[in-house]
Write a protein that binds this ligand. Structure first.
Ligand code: ACO
Length: 331
């Protein structure tokens, strides 16, 4: 007998109400709407404002709405995993905080940190718990408050990122669900994309703050080169080992870092633009949240049996992908 697959049986997202447009950024740094749109495809992004609100706030909003939408009570959840690079605290985990906020008690909950590939990593882990029969209802969250670690005097990074969260419910399914996953990493990518201070190697001091070392450091051109290659590679590998060609894939769900990277990946997969999910224009790069936010945004267009390839690339470097069949028609 074939073992159950882990299927996504619901998705919901949350983006904060405050919009930061390209025009507003052009008043803060030397940039323009034209440059940002041409190089990245981003028109605006959302920013979480409000004292004391961290990543968990957005994650909890997404999870609460997901539970309501799928008529799931908090008591039914077995496990909650949160992918994030901007946890509220070093500890406890953001997953612990989201559980508390949503009334999910006495279950395993932990964070996964794989930068922009975090959601794929978390989904891969969660799928094992369903497939081996240990769990029946798992919530996987991708959430990041990137505005907390962005230097709004650095034009090379501040135009790229936004805040948001997305959550999916995973359940066993005999017909549809996750068929294949792939995760990978290359630690030599660290110099090109990292946050210099705030961890155990360089704990926070007045000097690290004064030197602005608590922000994202990205060498855009170097990261771009790797991102294009690895995103296409991971999608290509999943297609090859599952004997898929471009016509067999209904949707590419790519991490949203740059419209040009998304287009290059789709081109190599021989997928037309109308089968590629894109939300970058309105949310920017929300790190671990981009893929669940895409699924949420396009949910009304998805049908049971649709074949999806998810692909991500991020800091580390990390990359990963998943091949799955969608499990339901949206109402
Ligand atoms: N406005 C105007 N000019 C700018 C801006 C801006 N916002 N930002 C940079 N520039 C300038 C640079 O200073 C540079 O000027 P110079 O030639 O006088 O030195 C010029 O534009 C070109 O800079 P590049 O960095 O080479 O620009 P590029 O075309 O590569 O675009 C970008 C930059 C958008 C960041 C691109 O490199 C990119 O998308 N990289 C990949 C990002 C990514 O995938 N990250 C991984 C996921 S993120 C994560 O894991 C946290």
């Amino acid at each position: 007998m074939r073992k159950s697959r882990a299927a996504i049986t619901g998705v919901h997202g949350y983006v904060p109400p405050d919009v930061l447009s390209n025009a507003e950024l052009a008043k803060m740094v030397d940039t323009s709407d034209e440059w940002i749109v041409e190089r990245t495809g981003i028109k605006e992004r959302r920013i979480l404002k409000g004292k004391g609100l961290g990543t968990s706030h957005m994650g909890a909003q997404a999870v609460e709405a997901l539970l309501a939408k799928t008529a799931t009570s908090p008591e039914e959840i077995d496990l909650l995993i949160c992918a994030t690079t901007t946890p509220d605290f070093v500890f406890p985990s953001t997953a612990n905080l989201i559980c508390e906020m949503c009334g999910i008690r006495s279950v395993g909950s932990f964070d996964v940190q794989a930068a922009c590939s975090g959601f794929i990593y978390a989904l891969t882990i969660a799928a094992q718990f369903i497939e081996n029969g240990k769990s029946r209802k798992i919530v996987v969250v991708g959430a990041d408050k990137m505005s907390a670690i962005i230097d709004y005097t650095d034009r090379a990074t501040c135009v790229l990122f936004g805040d948001g969260a997305g959550a999916v419910l995973l359940e066993p399914n005999n017909k549809f669900g996750i068929i294949d996953t792939l995760i990978s990493s290359d630690g030599s990518g660290m110099p090109h994309l990292h946050q210099k201070a705030g961890g155990s190697r360089m704990p926070p001091t007045a000097e690290t703050v004064a030197k602005r070392l608590h922000y994202v450091h990205q060498e855009g051109a170097a990261v771009y080169k790797f991102a294009v290659a690895r995103m296409a590679e991971v999608a290509g590998e999943l297609m090859k080992r599952n004997r898929l060609n471009g016509d067999d894939v209904d949707w590419l769900v790519p991490h949203q870092a740059n419209r040009r990277i998304i287009e290059a990946t789709a081109e190599r997969m021989k997928l037309p633009a109308e089968r590629v999910m894109v939300t970058i224009q309105k949310f920017g790069n929300t790190t671990a949240a981009t893929i669940p936010l895409c699924l949420w945004d396009y949910e009304h267009r998805l049908k049971a049996g649709d074949r999806l390839i998810l692909a991500a690339f991020g800091g580390g470097f990390t990359w990963g992908g998943a091949y799955l069949t969608w499990a339901y028609d949206s109402q």
